[in-house]
Design a binder for this molecule. Structure first.
Ligand code: AMP
Ligand code: MG
Length: 368
């Protein structure tokens, strides 16, 4: 049965420059299908401005109740939020963003780990993925104070404002150390924005928690990023639906089987505004300082880690279809690109995607 799709749209008729905000995430992705007749336990709740969902088909160990498992999940997610959110004033990242330059700022091991991975991914993607884009995100009205409320008064930033924000952006200006875990900024005004990677990390973390609880057959989803382990039944794999971009005729693009893998998607229409007929997405190209504006509508990435899938999906969306497909193919990344072509949507996939989605079904051990 399809899971819920969160969608909030502003009414375009009431706006001169209208902004459509797709309530933090999920226009595409993630309907988890459970075979008919199968008993799955489903838990869900709010987190990171979206929802988390866990489905599992194993029996819980006798000492664990569903309520206490739920509490453990909520606790872990709250912890990650207080470390990495840019929406919480008291989070580590928000405090670091307000801190002075040139001094080490102590953070949790998790934050230092996510920043370390993000800087590695930033380097491999040639700067397409960059967690220091915060000043540009705000400049283009996608910051924490942005939203439908400001849509009527959008004025686009001028060249000078973009150049001045770019002076505070660039991951080479951000330093991280893990022992003790700390961050340092080399320029005043540098910020960390983990929005394109923290959900993937959190999804991995919930998956790890479930495995530590002895669960082997589950699905975790946070705002469209998914981790699947095992199988829902002996003759089935978990099935994840990837939705088409809104302009496509079909709502469902395709269903992807997942086994012991993660899937993340980045879309240029999840959070955007339209100004004088032009579409401005919340994904910023750190080289130009401007929202990406090409034909690539969404990128989905399959990876063993949801953190990497999340970050690569964003980085590939910045690269665009030509460069992105070539880069993902060269780096053996399993990626699916949905590209606008007139009034149609064209699919492009990398060889690694083809291989990963054609894996033969292995029988689940019925004793598990
Ligand atoms: P996602 O939906 O995972 O692609 O993440 C998008 C969010 O990441 C945006 O709302 C921004 O806060 C941030 N972001 C935008 N552009 C970039 C970029 N080039 N690299 C890293 N994060 C970005
Ligand atoms: Mg991402």
């Amino acid at each position: 049965m399809p899971s819920r799709v969160a969608l909030r749209q502003a009414n375009p008729s009431t706006m001169s420059a209208h902004r459509w905000h797709l309530a933090l995430m999920v226009l595409l992705v993630a309907h988890a299908h459970c075979p008919a007749g199968l008993t799955a336990t489903t838990l869900t709740g709010p987190t990171m401005g979206t929802r988390w969902t866990v489905k599992f088909t194993d029996q819980l160990p006798p000492e664990r109740s569903v309520a206490s498992l739920r509490q453990a999940i909520v606790h872990r997610l709250d912890e990650i939020n207080t470390q990495m959110s840019t929406y919480l004033e008291s989070s580590e990242v928000t405090k670091f963003n307000a801190a002075a330059r040139g001094k080490w700022f102590g953070v949790s091991r998790s934050t230092a780990e996510v920043v370390t991975r993000a800087l590695e991914i930033g380097a491999t993607t040639g700067g397409a993925f960059d967690i220091t884009v915060g000043p540009l995100v705000r400049l283009w009205n996608f910051g924490t104070d942005g939203g439908v409320a400001v849509a009527k008064n959008i004025t686009l930033p001028d060249e000078r404002a973009i150049t001045s924000a770019l002076a505070q952006v660039g991951q080479q200006r951000l330093l991280v150390q893990t022992n003790p875990p700390a961050l340092k900024k080399a320029v005043c005004g540098l910020e960390v924005d983990l929005s394109a990677i923290a959900k993937g990390f959190a999804t991995d973390q919930v998956g790890q928690l479930l495995q530590e609880e002895g669960l082997n057959h589950f699905l975790v989803e946070i705002g469209g990023e998914v981790v699947a382990r095992g199988q829902p039944a002996s003759d089935r794999l978990w099935q994840i639906a990837i939705e088409s971009p809104p302009e496509a005729k079909r709502r469902l693009h395709k269903v992807v089987p997942l086994e012991n893998s993660a899937l993340a998607t980045s879309g240029d229409y999840r959070n955007f505004f339209v100004h004088e007929g032009k579409h401005y997405s919340h994904i910023i190209d750190p080289q130009t300082g401007r929202p990406v504006g090409h034909k690539l509508a969404t990128v989905s990435v399959l990876h063993k880690s949801c953190l990497y899938a999340d970050a690569f999906a964003t980085g590939l969306l910045v690269m665009g279809d030509h460069k992105g497909v070539a880069w993902a193919t060269k780096n053996n990344i399993a990626a699916l690109f949905l590209v606008r072509s007139g009034d149609r949507i064209q699919e492009q996939v990398t060889p690694a995607w083809k291989q990963a989605t054609q894996a033969p079904l292995k029988k689940r051990d019925s004793s598990q």
